[in-house]
Design a protein around this ligand. Structure first.
Ligand code: IMP
Ligand code: MG
Length: 178
C-alpha cells in the first residue's frame, strides 16, 4: 500500500509572515499605479493568490490563466498550451503574474512571453517557491517567497496527484511502500 506522509518545511506562521512581507513590498512598489491586475496560474496559485491579494493596500483586480502540457516523450519535453485564458485584455494594464512554484521554469517563461506580447503597461512575476537547482529557463522573478531544495512539496495550494492542496503548511512528500 502506498502511503503519503509529509515532513514540515514551512509552518503556517512562517508562510503568513512571508506573505505579509510580500504584500507590503508589492503595495509599496505599485503605490503610484492606478490599478494592478493579479493573474494567477491555476490551479496551484489559488491559496497564495487569495492570501496575497488580501494583503495589498492598493487597488487590484484578479484574473486567472491555466496551462496544460502535451504528453512528454523521451526526446521532446511536453509543449505547453493555454487551456484557459484571462478574461481581461491585459493591453495597457499593470500585470503581476502569480504562481505557486518555479520548478524548471518552463511554465512561467511561456506565460511571461505570451503576456508580454499583449503589451501590458508593465509585467512582473511573483512566485511563492523556487527550486533553484531545477531551473532550466532564465525566468525573471520579481517577488519570491522562498527558495527550496529539489523536493516535491505539497500544501498551501500545491498538490501531489491532486491531493494535499488544502494543508495550511508546506510539507515535503515522503512516499513509503508498506
Ligand atoms: P515548471 O514549468 O517546471 O516550472 O513547473 C511548474 C509547475 O509544476 C508548477 O506550477 C506546479 O504546478 C508544478 N510543480 C512543480 N514542482 C512541484 C512541487 O514540488 N509540488 C507541487 N507542484 C509542483
Ligand atoms: Mg502551477
Amino acid at each position: 500500500m502506498i502511503q503519503e506522509e509529509t515532513v514540515l518545511l514551512f509552518s503556517e506562521e512562517t508562510i503568513q509572515k512571508r506573505v505579509d512581507e510580500l504584500g507590503r513590498q508589492i503595495s509599496a512598489d505599485y503605490s503610484d499605479v492606478d490599478e494592478l491586475l493579479m493573474v494567477g496560474v491555476l490551479r496551484g496559485c489559488y491559496i497564495f493568490l487569495a492570501d496575497l491579494s488580501r494583503r495589498l493596500s492598493i487597488p487590484r483586480r484578479i484574473d486567472f490563466i491555466s496551462v496544460s502540457s502535451y504528453e512528454q516523450t523521451k526526446t521532446t519535453p511536453g509543449a505547453l498550451r493555454i487551456i484557459m485564458d484571462t478574461r481581461i485584455d491585459v493591453a495597457g494594464i499593470h500585470v503581476l503574474l502569480v504562481d505557486d512554484i518555479l520548478d524548471t521554469g518552463h511554465t512561467l517563461a511561456y506565460l511571461l512571453n505570451i503576456l508580454a506580447a499583449r503589451k501590458p503597461a508593465s509585467l512582473k512575476s511573483c512566485v511563492f517557491l523556487r527550486k533553484r537547482n531545477r531551473l532550466e529557463k532564465d525566468v525573471q522573478i520579481d517577488y519570491l517567497g522562498f527558495d527550496i531544495p529539489d523536493l516535491w512539496v505539497v500544501g498551501y495550494g500545491l498538490d501531489y496527484a491532486d491531493k494535499c492542496r488544502a494543508l495550511p503548511y508546506i510539507g515535503v512528500v515522503k512516499t513509503e511502500q508498506d
